[in-house]
Structure formats: C-alpha cells, structure tokens
Ligand binder design. Structure first.
Ligand code: UDP
Length: 491
C-alpha cells in the first residue's frame, strides 16, 4: 500500500560543480543549505506521490530527493497504492477536472471512496511518521492521506499541486469543492505559478517553478561528435563516414508524402546540421499548437512578408526547415486523442504544397529507450536555430526551459507557463495568438532576419534558465519553504 522507492546513484553537487557555468547555482544552494541545515536535524522529509515511474513528478523526484539528501536533509520517497480499483480512475477524473475538462457528475457519490482509501493509507503510513518529520504530498491522490496524518499527528504538512489552469469553469470549481476539505488541514500549499492558486489557499501558498536537471540525458552538453553520433544513430542525419557506434534499434521515423513513415533520412537528409532549423518537440496534443505552427511556416515560405529582405535573410528563409517531433504514437496507443491529433497533422501535411512539404519534417521519436529518446530531443534542440513552443495552453512548458538552457532563442506563445519563462524581445519572441498562422509567419520571419539578435536572445535565455529554472534553485526553494514550517512548529 505504501512503498519506499530506491533512488539510483545520481550526480553529486561536486559533479555539478565541476562545470564552471553551474557553479554559481550550486554554490547558492550550498549557502542556503548551510543556513538552514540545523533545523532539519533528526527529521525526515517524506515526499509522497502515486507512481515511481512515468509522468513529470516521478521524473523530477529522484533528483530532488537525492539533492536534498546530499545537502543534509534526510528525505524519503514513498509511493501509495490501493486495492480499490475505482480510486485511481476517480483521481484521474479529478486531475482532468482541475484542467477544466470532463464531467463533474463523475465525482458524485465518490466522497466515501476517497475518504476510505485516504483513511487506509493514513493507517498504513502513520507508524513510519515521526513527530518531527515533514510531510510533502504531491497531487490529489495522496492528498487525503496527508490531511488525515496532519490531523492525527500535527506534523508539518505541505500539499504540492502540479496541476494548473489559469481560469475557472464548472469543472475546476467541482474539483476544488471536492478537494477543499482535504486541503484545509495543510500548513502550506505549493503551486508552479501564481496563476494556478485557488483563492481559498492564496494565504498559505509558495510558488516553486518546475525545473530541469542540467546533467540529465535531455539537457547535458553534447560534444560535437557525440551530437553527430546521436543524429546518425537515430537516422536523423546521413553520414558518408563509417559510424562509431551501431545504429539505434529503433530510429526516428519521418512522415513521407504518401502518408507512410520511413527512417528520417528519407526521402533525403534533413540537413539539421546545416540548415536554419526550427524545432518543436511536444506530445501530440491539440493544445501544443503543431497545426497552426505548420501552417505558419508554410505561409512564411510562400509569401513575401517583407519587401526588402537582405540576400542573407532571403537565403536563410529559403533554406529553413521546420521539424515537428513527438513520441511514436505506437507508444501512446491508450491515448486516442493523441492518435487523432497525429492523424490530423498527417492530413494537414499531405495538403501542403510539395515545395513546403520538402521543408517540413513530421518526426516520430522512438520510445523504446527513454535515455535514447532524451538524447534525440537534446540533439534536435541543440541543432535548432529557433526552439518553438506554440502551445494554446501550457502548464509550464519544460520544452521551452530545455531550449533556453541550450542557449536557443525561443518562439513561444502567450500561454501562461510560457509567459512566465520567455520574455518577449529578450529571450526570443512571443506570439499573442498561437492559432494565428500569419502572426507566427511574421514573427519567424523577423527572427530569421537577424541572426545576431537571435544569438543574443539565446544567450539571455540560457542565463535566465541557469538562474531560475535549474533544479538547484528548486531545491533551495523547497528548503526555505519547509524550514518556515519547521520553525513555526518549534515556536
Ligand atoms: N518529450 C520527450 N519526447 C517526446 C516529446 C516530449 O522527451 O517525444 C519531453 C519534452 O522534452 C519535455 C516533456 O516531454 O521534457 C514535456 O514537458 P512539457 O512541460 O513541455 O509539456 P507536457 O507534456 O508536460 O504538457
């Protein structure tokens, strides 16, 4: 019912600190830890969620837990489970409702189930929890358990909500009403952005941005030959030289004009190492804005937005290519919505003018190995002249963070999560309407017109990611947030 998760060996702060550009952030974390460490002596911080694998929370927790441990905050990661089969479908409904979607009637008469499971979990957990420990509960599944433990033991308790929507509707109201009595006992709540905080908890909320790990396979630096190796092994680039390593078992597949998929080097090499390449990597979700981005790129290619382009600008535009990449849909067969969005995109591609088709690559990335998938994303983002995230809505948008960290200028939409990261005219550009292909085309054209400006924006973006969106900053914020509660309890 409650399982502790082992965490594999991960980079230490010393490992991170050997990279000069990471050192300031590492040192800031060490200073914060030195300041507050004593308050955590004799306590265990319990991070609790509902899965050890899959999804952003499970991906982020190992780094968070291992860094907290390293700076002297004893931390455990516990995962809840239950034999009540209707429980996780119920919490999935709550999750969707918090995102504004689904049928609120699905919550009716489920209060008792939620209470029963929460009570059983609290019974199972209570003995492990010391009176001085700190409980950090992630998302709605273990929320009720944490509320009961807080009531029974008085332990400092934080609810970390990773879900967010910046407006209210009947769905969100129903979900928040359902959760309200379970949130009430907590000392603090933590949200990713201020826009997501429901009014009822606004007086006891801390904002902690999501963050990336700069040494993970998706974000670590790739030396030139390793980068080209990834591209060649994944069939993203043809090579005239014998390969250093064997090709990946599963390679990147590219949509062909007849609707079939073939290794991405067909019908010809993409040219990501040579051409001005515009890259968006996302799940196949309508809200990620692939379709208007593709149409925007097609209009950019077809029209003369700007009468007096320099020769270089025109050349850059002529050679530019758009890469739209996402997970192989075979890996998401249980997601019919994603399948439908992918099929729509295939149809839209087939309607493009043949000249534009040649310059647009719809790629499915292999998912057999998550490390290889991450390396492919890493390599593609590093090859990009511009990293795009054209989301109609976006909780945060780690793909933008990833592009910023790689020093790429970003073309983002105005969706809440992207607005919080990308400063228009400083880290790249933001379009006001993700659904407006003309605005996208105009903005891309501006970006292609000035390579020096793009270079400067990429530089700013990297600095901003280094200061604000790396995991060290996240750990600092957690230490400060938990310290406040521990002190308040001691007082
Ligand atoms: N991603 C990936 N492979 C893919 C598509 C997406 O690894 O084929 C990653 C992407 O690099 C990012 C994450 O999935 O790290 C998506 O996070 P984001 O916050 O951008 O959007 P979400 O999918 O959570 O809505």
């Amino acid at each position: 019912m409650i399982d502790l998760v082992d965490i594999d060996a991960r980079p230490t702060l010393d490992d991170y600190g050997t990279y000069l550009h990471l050192r300031p952030a590492v040192e800031r974390l060490q200073e914060t830890a030195d300041q507050y460490r004593a308050a955590f002596e004799g306590r265990t911080v319990w991070m609790v969620n509902s899965t050890a694998e899959g999804g952003g929370v499970a991906e982020m927790l190992p780094t968070l837990v291992s860094l907290l441990r390293e700076v002297g905050v004893a931390t455990e990661w516990a995962v809840i489970g239950t034999e009540h089969e209707a429980f996780f479908p119920l919490t999935k409904t709550i999750h969707n409702l918090l995102h504004g979607a689904g049928d609120p009637a699905l919550l009716e008469d489920h209060e008792a189930l939620y209470a029963t499971v929460s009570r059983e979990l609290a019974d199972a957990f209570e003995d492990r929890l010391g009176p001085d420990d700190v409980l950090v509960v992630h998302d709605p599944q273990p929320l009720g358990m944490g509320a009961l433990l807080k009531e029974r033991t008085g332990v400092p308790a934080i609810w970390r909500c990773h879900i967010g929507l910046d407006y209210e509707n009947a769905q969100t109201r129903a979900a928040w009403d359902f959760l309200a009595p379970w949130i009430a006992p907590y000392d603090q709540t933590v949200f990713s952005l201020p826009d997501y905080v429901p009014q009822a908890v606004a007086d006891r909320t801390t904002i902690i941005n999501p963050a990336i790990d700069p040494l993970s396979p998706k974000n670590r630096g790739l030396q030139l030959q390793e980068l080209t190796s990834v591209l060649v092994d994944a069939a993203l680039t043809a090579s005239i030289h014998p390969p250093l390593t064997p090709p990946y078992d599963a390679v990147v597949k590219r949509l062909q004009t007849n609707g079939d998929f073939a290794p991405a080097t067909q019908p010809e090499d993409l040219g990501v190492l040579f051409r001005p390449t515009i890259v968006q990597v996302s799940r196949w979700d309508e809200l990620k804005g692939f379709a208007p981005l593709m149409e925007g790129f097609a209009r950019l290619k077809k029209r003369r937005w700007n009468g007096d382009r320099s020769t270089l600008h025109q050349r850059r535009l002529d050679l530019s290519r758009l890469v739209l990449a996402g997970p192989d849909p075979a890996s998401i067969q249980d997601d019919p919505e994603a399948q439908a969005v992918f099929q729509d995109l295939i149809r839209a591609y087939q309607h493009l003018h043949p000249h534009v088709q040649r310059d647009v690559a719809v790629l499915m990335l292999p998912m057999e190995s998550l490390v290889k998938n991450a390396l492919i994303v890493n390599a593609l983002q590093r090859c990009a002249l511009v990293v795009v995230q054209n989301s109609l809505r976006e909780g945060f948008g780690l793909t933008a963070t990833e592009g910023m960290w790689k020093g790429r200028p970003i073309l983002a939409s105005d969706a809440v999560g992207l607005r919080a990261q990308v400063r228009d005219g400083t880290d790249g550009r933001r379009v006001r309407e993700a659904t407006d292909p003309d605005e996208i085309a105009r903005t891309l054209d501006e970006m292609l017109s000035d390579a020096e400006l793009c270079e400067a924006w990429g530089h700013n973006a990297r600095n901003r990611a280094a200061e604000r969106f790396l995991v060290f900053e996240q750990v600092r914020q957690w230490i400060r947030c938990m310290h406040g509660l521990v002190e308040a309890r001691a007082a």
